[in-house]
Design a protein around this ligand. Structure first.
Ligand SMILES: Nc1ncnc2c1ncn2[C@@H]1O[C@H](COP(=O)(O)OP(=O)(O)OP(=O)(O)O)[C@@H](O)[C@H]1O
Length: 285
């Protein structure tokens, strides 16, 4: 494995009852990269990620995570990896501060619990019993527990499900901070805007196969996609045209039909990552 790879996967396969859940996946994630894994329900994302986390056994393929095969990894490796699962932990009557402090004792190079609580925006809830937290606040606590060991690599499985818009933005800032200090992040998400905001590259899985890997701006030829220009003409009708040169179209439209002035109800639309993704998985036909 090349030294700058945090994760290297070649020909990964996992079969349940004769059905391939993961069917020959290759994947390389660089150290310090934030990579988003996208795909419809049942595509094979969780199975792939759980194999990388060492929680599931593979049937075939080569897997290296931080230079170690996760199926054979021990405590030393686990210290270097942080995991935020989809399901929320239950901590009975313990407070936020107690839970985070308790988890920090599992790590030899653990972070200061108070700092971690502040990072996830729960300082005001430090003395709250965890069962009183809202769904979004519990998710933040999950993230706190994922990062309390100062991991080199963080797995985030649908981390912002149930967050309000402000909490999502704050969470994104937290992930950017973790990226800035060099944490490698593997994010699984169904939110395409989240993948675009956070990931330097995304991979799309469908039916157990990696369909494509690319930057959010280039995936599926997005950077070469034509723009749709729409406007309202002098008769009050909506007009739309597709073009590779929207600036020229708008300039000429303004000059010819509107005396060089504003073009009414002008919009220029290029495919979003979601448009491209839906086309890739065959949902936009
Ligand atoms: N323990 C299991 N036993 C049998 N089949 C399983 C098991 N776990 C997953 N599968 C099947 O493997 C396929 C891939 O599931 P997986 O959970 O990896 O998908 P996913 O992409 O994470 O989906 P989601 O977005 O819904 O979380 C699915 O068809 C699922 O039904």
């Amino acid at each position: 494995m090349s030294d700058d790879l945090a994760i290297s996967v070649v020909g990964l396969r996992k079969t349940y009852d004769d059905k391939a859940a993961v069917d020959g996946v290759d994947l390389s994630i660089h150290r310090g990269e934030c990579f988003a894994l996208l795909g419809p329900n049942g595509a094979g994302k969780s199975t792939t990620v759980e194999i990388l986390e060492g929680y599931r056994k593979r049937d075939a393929g080569e897997v290296s995570v931080l230079g170690v095969d996760p199926s054979k990894a021990g405590m030393e490796w686990r210290q270097r990896v942080g995991i935020v699962l989809q399901t929320t932990g239950e901590f009975d009557d313990l407070t936020v501060g107690e839970v985070v402090s308790h988890f920090s004792t599992f790590y030899t190079k653990g972070a200061d619990p108070g700092e971690v609580i502040e990072r996830v925006g729960l300082t005001e809830k430090t003395n709250w019993r965890t069962h009183k937290l809202s769904g979004g606040q519990k998710r933040r606590l999950d993230v706190a527990l994922g990062i309390v060991g100062n991991p080199e690599l963080l797995f985030l499985d649908e981390p912002t499900t149930g967050f309000d818009p402000q909490a999502r933005r704050e969470f994104w800032d937290l992930i950017r901070d973790l990226s800035a200090i060099g944490t490698t992040i593997l994010l699984t998400t169904h939110y395409l805007d989240e993948a675009e905001a956070l990931a330097s590259r995304v991979g799309v899985i469908a039916n157990g196969k990696m369909i494509e890997v690319g930057t959010p701006s280039e995936l599926g030829g997005r950077n070469f996609a034509t723009a749709k220009v729409s406007w309202r003409n002098a008769q009050g009708e909506t007009r739309t045209t597709e073009t590779d040169t929207p600036t020229a179209v708008v300039a000429s439209l303004s000059a010819s039909d509107f005396g060089g002035g504003e073009v009414p109800e002008l919009t220029i639309h290029r495919p979003t990552l979601e448009d491209i993704y839906l086309t890739m998985i065959g949902a936009n036909q």
